[in-house]
Design a protein around this ligand. Structure first.
Ligand SMILES: [Zn+2]
Length: 58
């Protein structure tokens, strides 16, 4: 579980990782070869936030 803030109202949202491999969370695709796109709707303002999970670097 990770916490991300809503892009619109900055309310915190708790999000669950999609699997055991992709554990790093970011708003944008960094220098990743493999990632999972995910979305979460803010309960406060209804904005749909897009974010991405990548593999940890080890
Ligand atoms: Zn919001």
């Amino acid at each position: 579980m990770s916490v991300i803030s809503c892009r619109k109202c900055e309310a915190e949202m708790v999000v669950s990782q999609p699997d055991k491999i992709h554990t790093e969370l970011d708003r944008k695709i960094l220098n990743w070869k493999d990632y999972v796109k995910s979305t979460s709707k803010c309960k406060k303002c209804g904005n749909t936030n897009i974010f991405y999970w990548s593999k940890s670097k080890d």
